[in-house]
Design a protein around this ligand. Sequence first.
Ligand code: HEC
Ligand code: HEC
Ligand code: HEC
Ligand code: HEC
Ligand code: HEC
Ligand code: HEC
Ligand code: HEC
Length: 314
Amino acid sequence: MKKLFVLSLILLLSAALVPDKITGRSVEHSSENSRCFKCHGKIVYNYFNKVQDQHLTKRMNPYFVIDSVLFYNSNHKSLECFDCHSYDYKTFPHNSELQMELMPTCLDCHEGDEVTANYHFEKINEEFLKSVHYIRHPKEFTCFMCHNPHTYKINVRKNENIDETIIYDNNICLSCHANINKYHLISSNKNPNIIKKHDWLPDQITHFAHVRCIECHTQTTNKTLVAHQILAKDKAVKKCVECHSQNSMLMASLYKFRAKESRNQFGYFNASILNNAYVIGANRNYYLNVMSWVIFGFAVFLIVIHAVLRILIK
Ligand code: HEC
Ligand code: HEC
Ligand code: HEC
Ligand code: HEC
Ligand code: HEC
Ligand code: HEC
Ligand code: HEC
């Protein structure tokens, strides 16, 4: 119960946790967008009802409310609503056929886009097509299921604070795996209890705050910074030494971006991890290692001398 509470606390905290130090690009807020935000930015909206000849205030469907602060902090802050939605939304009440409009995919805009070429969208797409999510639910599971079109903001690439990134990324997974309402958008099966399913992992709260779900659940490659091929559960990492060892797999995933910058600071193996966490087994020190061998060698040397002297004296 306590664990569940802490997890949901992390979930709540992170909703408020979207600092604006990532891109810093200034954006002219589109006046077209503000027309949409007049209704979609709040929990109530006003409109003029021609039939009744009066202004009315109504409740907005909470799933249709879009936080303008998060939107203007997101990757897509420079976009207009119309870049993805039909111009016909200008009229209200909206034409009901619009509900069936075809939405653009990430690749529609990013395939071959030079500005975002270093993200390797095509490679990410290839990995996604091999993920369990897509294989089992090819129609329902789109990139937008994990990347909210109105709030998604890159983290791991630009955010200096690894703890924030871990919370951000894990909440993407928990938005379904700890939320039955969204899970049921994809599957009507019972949502497995994440805490119970990870009972074998000691101190779950510490682990989930210091590693991401994708560390254990994806196939990492050199082609993408964030691995997107979610594997079936029986292929997930369960061995402690995968992380708790000198060649910790965390260096190829979570700390990939930093691994190049700070190897071997002050003789520590995996120093870039040490800046953020002390991972038993992964953060051994080169000089301490050498020293322990010297002490060990010296002890053996003393024993040999001692034995030789005893034999000679006899
Ligand atoms: C006068 C208030 C008002 C304005 C202005 C408004 N909307 Fe809406 N919008 C609504 C309401 C109410 C709904 C839910 C009922 C409906 O679908 O008509 C809605 C629904 C939607 C939906 C969801 C449709 C669905 O069912 O999936 C989208 C998308 C949308 N609006 C986009 C826009 C965009 C883009 C703009 C700006 C051009 C805009 N709206 C302006 C009130 C408004
Ligand atoms: C990058 C493309 C993109 C932009 C820009 C965008 N939207 Fe959307 N919007 C989407 C997609 C995709 C969905 C469908 C989400 C889903 O199916 O989960 C959606 C859904 C919605 C919905 C329905 C709620 C829902 O989750 O189904 C509303 C309302 C909406 N958008 C309003 C807006 C408004 C207002 C703006 C401008 C401030 C805007 N959108 C900008 C892509 C975009
Ligand atoms: C309607 C077109 C459109 C769609 C759909 C779209 N994007 Fe974008 N995206 C853009 C534009 C425009 C930019 C601004 C950078 C640029 O000029 O290319 C951008 C920027 C980005 C950035 C870089 C942000 C930065 O500051 O460096 C990322 C990451 C990104 N988008 C991811 C996605 C993902 C993931 C999806 C699908 C879930 C998606 N986009 C869907 C148009 C789009
Ligand atoms: C199961 C969830 C999930 C799905 C589905 C998903 N992503 Fe992601 N994606 C993530 C997570 C988590 C991150 C890491 C976000 C961060 O910290 O910046 C990410 C990061 C990214 C990034 C930024 C990588 C970088 O180098 O900084 C891009 C681009 C991206 N995804 C594109 C896509 C595209 C395109 C699709 C669909 C083909 C997709 N994603 C589907 C979870 C998902
Ligand atoms: C330290 C590695 C590790 C981390 C971190 C981790 N998992 Fe797992 N996860 C596993 C392993 C191993 C299994 C398979 C357990 C079994 O079958 O006994 C598993 C099982 C699962 C399952 C399948 C449950 C079922 O039986 O259907 C889901 C879903 C899941 N994890 C989601 C997550 C999410 C979401 C996170 C992040 C909050 C996460 N995992 C973090 C290793 C991990
Ligand atoms: C939009 C909702 C949604 C999101 C977001 C999501 N998942 Fe899932 N996930 C599901 C559903 C639904 C299933 C069950 C698929 C099935 O078996 O039909 C599933 C299954 C899984 C499984 C179990 C596969 C198996 O072998 O049974 C793992 C592991 C998993 N997800 C990990 C993740 C990770 C890691 C993330 C974040 C990067 C994530 N999921 C994000 C909905 C989601
Ligand atoms: C995906 C990588 C990963 C795997 C797999 C993993 N750990 Fe960890 N573990 C970590 C990280 C990162 C920390 C560092 C947390 C911190 O900085 O306090 C940690 C911390 C710990 C701690 C210290 C907890 C505390 O309260 O400070 C123990 C004990 C531990 N792990 C045991 C295990 C055991 C036993 C297993 C195998 C069943 C395991 N770990 C598997 C990454 C991992």
